[in-house]
Design a protein around this ligand. Structure first.
Ligand code: ADP
Length: 451
């Protein structure tokens, strides 16, 4: 990285130096050539158009400290000169004369001999030359000095750039290296790592993101470990029961019809529990891999809900549960009926599991005032859910341990399935709960025309 910075700094300085060495002197020279050409043309015009001539006046008028004007004959006669001490160098004069001697009046040459000059043939005295030269001495020394300063400044800037870029690249690569090493440790399963690099805003953001990733990975791993423990535990209980009751039938109740049926019922119930558990796990993996599609159609939600409540009938008959219903008739919605069954089944199951001593669950289905929605809600009278747990209960594998009032099938998957299904439908849903006052889970279904 430092090498790149060095190269960049070097290239920049190199470009600036080139500008100073070549471009600026060239620009200066061209400007000066323009000036002498303008002066030369004006002098010629004046000599040719305004008799009587005052040659000295013309020559001095157009000369300045930098520009000198001469009027010379081809034989070397000086008709007028702005500065007699500054004669035209011989080799330049020879070339100018040779190039203009056979030329027509008005023809000109410039920049002869590499100097900044301009010469134009005029008809004065039967043919002579107006010669204008630019005293480039000052310009050359100024440019030289500028180039020298620039080189010096360039050198200092180069050194500074190298020092700064060395520092910068060291800091940046050190940060990146540290982050990469920490990420590698995280990859190997060390969740105690902490990404602390915050030298730059981008690095700080990267560190934050990586810390977030670490937390999420850890959470997911903890959840999975817990799920495995739960699932194996939950599988073990019904299996033990099934085995125990099967043995009992074989050894004790074989001929006693009443006992045998009771024991067989336990085996059936426990098998159902097992099926439910396995289905939950399967559903979650299906949902998370997006295999589940929503096949929406219009159906009678009222009847649908009654159908599911009936499945819980055994709780009312055998265990003293009360399902208090406030359900409006003939309500239709548009959704995937099977998925909605899962939602309602899970919510009712939870309410039954977590409701209070009175074993009462309130179920309602009501059209909203504007008639656009139908609100389904399930209320229980249990312990409720702590405020800090409320957002968590929808997460996969999340279980509030002390909440389990009955020996229930519990994987922490139910509400996650509910959430995934309702989000896939884009339905509003939620929970209201206060500790000690029970919970109300609700879903807003769109009200559909039954046709
Ligand atoms: P579980 O299989 O554990 O019931 P869920 O995803 O259905 O899994 O629920 C997650 C957690 O939310 C439960 O473990 C429970 O602690 C809490 N919970 C769900 N429904 C209720 C309810 N009606 N009353 C109190 N707590 C509830």
């Amino acid at each position: 990285m430092w090498a790149y910075f060095c190269l960049l700094a070097f290239l920049l300085i190199f470009l600036v130096e080139i500008v100073f060495f070549f471009v600026i002197p060239r620009v200066f020279r061209e400007k000066a050539l323009d000036t002498v050409e303008d002066v030369g043309k004006s002098v010629c015009a004046e000599i040719e158009s305004k008799p009587p001539l005052d040659l000295d006046r013309i020559v001095y008028h157009y000369s300045s400290s930098d520009v000198k004007v001469y009027l010379l004959g081809f034989d070397g006669t000086i008709f007028a000169s702005a500065d007699e001490r500054l004669a035209v160098p011989e080799e330049i004069w020879d070339e100018v004369r040779n190039r203009l001697i056979d030329a027509k009046n008005g023809q000109s040459v410039s920049g002869v001999g590499g100097a900044v000059n301009y010469a134009q043939r005029t008809d004065f005295a039967g043919g002579s030359i107006v010669y204008v030269k630019y005293n480039a001495g000052f310009m050359i020394s100024a440019v030289r000095e500028l180039v020298l300063y620039m080189t010096l400044i360039g050198f200092i800037i180069l050194l500074l750039a190298l020092a700064i870029s060395y520092n910068f690249s060291q800091k940046l690569t050190r940060g990146l290296k540290e982050t990469a090493e920490t990420a590698e440790r995280l990859g190997k399963g060390d969740y105690s790592v902490n990404f602390t690099n915050a030298d730059y805003r981008e690095m700080a953001k990267l560190s934050d993101t990586l810390n977030y990733v670490r937390d999420e990975v850890k959470k997911s791993e903890d959840f999975q470990r817990e799920l495995l423990a739960n699932v194996t535990h939950d599988l073990k209980t019904p299996l033990t029961m099934i085995k125990a009751y099967a043995s009992m039938i074989m050894e004790i109740s074989g001929d006693n019809k009443e006992k045998r049926e009771k024991h067989l019922q336990v085996i059936i119930d426990e098998s159902d529990r097992l099926t439910g558990l396995v289905n939950d796990v399967l559903n979650v993996s299906k949902l998370s891999s997006n295999i589940t599609e929503i096949n929406a159609k219009v159906f009678n939600l009222t009847e649908h809900i009654y159908g599911i409540i009936n499945k819980f009938g055994y709780l009312q008959e055998t265990q003293g549960y009360n399902f208090m219903l406030d359900i409006e008739n003939g309500k239709y919605t548009r959704a995937d009926p099977e998925k909605i069954s899962q939602v309602i089944y899970n919510l009712l199951g939870n309410a039954a599991n977590y409701t209070g001593e009175d074993k009462t669950v309130y179920i309602s289905l009501k059209e909203s005032l504007d008639g656009k929605r139908i609100k389904f809600s399930v209320r229980d009278t249990g312990k409720g859910i702590k405020e800090e747990d409320l957002p968590e209960i929808w997460n996969r594998y999340y279980r509030i341990k002390e909440n389990h009032t009955r020996p229930v099938k519990s994987t922490g998957l139910g509400l996650n399935i509910v959430k995934a299904i309702l989000e896939a439908h884009a339905f509003d849903f939620g929970v209201e709960s206060k500790e000690g006052q029970g919970s109300t889970f609700w879903v807003d279904f769109p009200n559909a025309d039954k046709t």
